[in-house]
Design a protein around this ligand. Structure first.
Ligand code: SAH
Length: 243
């Protein structure tokens, strides 16, 4: 069944409005007719079954019954060294499907080439669009936030708000996520940090560990940055969440 994001706050009676892009998609691209069964999502955790309605201002969805939440019990945040090319989009897509809550791009020492500000903006808006598409495709009810990039120091300051922070590090000495799970079974807000293609410098790793991050390994093979991000999220979701 087709899923649409409804406009926040635009509810008349039991009918939610669709923004112009969503309405266009429903009526012009998918050619759905009024009365078609569809699903509505508010992007903030709630979803409904309903039927499409059409009027001269566009389209809406008459909400019928609410669908139970499919959000994971654990909030997962990834602090990601800004990768090159389209990797941020890939990471945004896969983390959205896997149920992460937030993706925070971080400027790290070994980020490849200084990316001009305008490029970062473009990267971010593409990643946000891909994430919204992934959310709809996966029927996920809550959107994954993609923050504006942080400097390394700003990231360090925001780590204390999480219950646990893991640094995924190929030099971590054999300590694995599953070991962390055996020490702390119940966690509801977990952050993890992944370096860019060039990796994390020893100095950065030291700072992260002083700020309370536990260094963990994802095995004895070196993973690409995007593989580490996706595998790390899946592992955390398996150990503390709902995978
Ligand atoms: N520059 C390094 C590898 C960087 S890989 C080298 O070429 O040797 C990019 C990022 O992926 C790393 O910073 C780390 O966060 C993560 N990563 C890759 N392999 C990993 C592993 N086996 N365990 C944990 N993290 C890993």
């Amino acid at each position: 069944m087709h899923r649409f994001l409804i406009e926040p706050g635009l509810l008349t009676g039991d009918t939610a409005r669709l923004g112009s892009e969503e309405a266009q998609h429903a009526l012009k691209v998918l050619r759905l007719k009024a009365g078609s069964p569809v699903q509505a999502m508010d992007g903030m955790g709630r979803a409904w079954t309903g039927t499409l309605v059409e009027d001269r201002d566009g389209a809406g969805i008459r909400l019928e019954s609410e669908i139970p939440s499919n959000e994971s019990p654990v909030k997962i945040t990834l602090y990601m060294g800004i990768p090159k090319g389209e990797k941020l989009e890939l990471i945004a897509q896969k983390l959205t499907e896997l149920g992460a809550s937030r993706l925070v791009p971080v400027r790290m020492e070994r980020c490849v080439a200084r990316i001009p500000e305008g490029e970062v903006e473009k990267k971010l808006s593409r990643a946000r669009r891909i994430s919204r598409e992934a959310q709809k495709q996966s029927g996920r009810q809550t959107e994954m936030t993609i923050d504006d990039p942080l400097d390394f120091g700003q990231m360090l300051l925001s780590l204390s708000r999480h219950e646990a922070v893991f640094l995924l590090w190929e030099n971590a000495e054999g300590y694995r996520l599953i070991d962390a799970r055996s020490e702390r079974e119940n966690l509801s807000d977990i952050a993890f940090v992944v370096g860019p293609e060039g990796g994390i410098t020893n100095a950065e790793a030291e700072k992260l560990m002083s700020a309370g991050a536990a260094a963990v390994t994802l095995g004895a093979r070196i993973l690409r940055a995007e593989t580490a991000a996706i595998a790390g999220c899946a592992a955390i979701q398996t150990l503390w969440g709902d995978l």
